[in-house]
Design a binder for this molecule. Structure first.
Ligand SMILES: O=C1O[C@H](COP(=O)(O)O)[C@@H](O)[C@H](O)[C@H]1O
Length: 251
């Protein structure tokens, strides 16, 4: 059984029975957004995270998606990256390369990863500069309200503590208004046309509840709750992750 529906002002919530169903739903969603974006803008600017997300995107490497998606129009970014060498096991670039990018015909020059041979600060500055250049040429759109990039899609996972990307609870970077950094800050995430948060497992159920349900002002700095894009927000959950929602069948 699959369920989906609007969940107050916290976006659309899709709950799937199995990881297999969730992966198919996610692949369909990404493929549809890619098609719409290529039709409208000629390109698809997508930002990835680390963790379990990449393996849940695995169906994109299989039929029919591997043949129907216009990979030549994809521009890849990372919403979350660690400052390590690109061949390091902690590298989100490596994770995506091994699990996705090496399996589909993405143009190598469209892959915007960090420079791993400079300091964290320099890498952050370079990454922001590179994105600004692509905003200038409209490979990445620009927000209607600020100079922030407006990615066609930002994909996030969430930790059991409610962190998204590398935005952890009670961290000062949650208040960042100007800098984009290597790990995207909230102004960048919230400027996207589409944001999907993909969460599985019962260890995340409480954080999912706190991020989505009407829980009052008790957890103001839960990063996942601060994801409120100008565009569309969709939650992809398996049943264990959705198990503490007030109305898991709402909508
Ligand atoms: O630490 C991180 O965790 C989240 C969630 O990862 P998951 O494996 O539990 O899905 C991930 O999205 C983020 O990129 C990473 O830095």
């Amino acid at each position: 059984m699959s369920l989906s529906g609007a969940h107050n002002d916290r976006g659309e919530v899709k709950v799937r029975d199995s990881l297999d169903d969730l992966s198919t739903e996610l692949a369909d969603y990404i493929a549809e957004l890619s098609e719409a974006s290529v039709k409208e803008r000629g390109v698809f600017a997508i930002a990835l995270s680390g963790g379990s997300l990449v393996s849940l995107m695995g169906k994109l490497c299989e039929a029919p998606y591997n043949k129907t998606v216009d990979w030549s129009k994809w521009y890849i970014f990372w919403a979350d990256e660690r400052v390590v060498a690109k061949n390091h096991t902690d590298s989100n670039y490596k994770l995506a390369k091994d699990g996705l990018l090496s399996k589909v015909p993405i143009v190598p020059s469209h892959v915007n990863s960090i420079n791993d041979s400079v300091s964290a600060e320099e890498a952050a500055d370079e990454y922001e500069f590179a994105i600004r250049q692509l905003v200038k040429t409209r490979v990445v759109s620009v927000s209607d309200n600020s100079d922030c990039p407006k990615f066609d899609l930002i994909l996030l996972g969430m930790g059991p503590d409610g962190h998204v990307a590398s935005l952890f609870p009670n961290h000062s970077v949650l208040n960042e208004k100007d800098e984009w950094r290597i790990t995207f800050t909230l102004p960048v995430i919230n400027s996207a046309s589409n944001v999907a948060v993909v969460v599985t497992g019962d260890s995340k159920a409480e954080a999912v509840h706190l991020a989505i349900d009407d829980v009052g002002p008790d957890c103001p700095s839960l990063p996942a709750r601060m994801v409120r894009p100008n565009g569309k927000l969709v939650w992809f959950l398996d049943k264990p992750a959705a198990s503490k929602l007030d109305h898991p069948h709402q909508g």
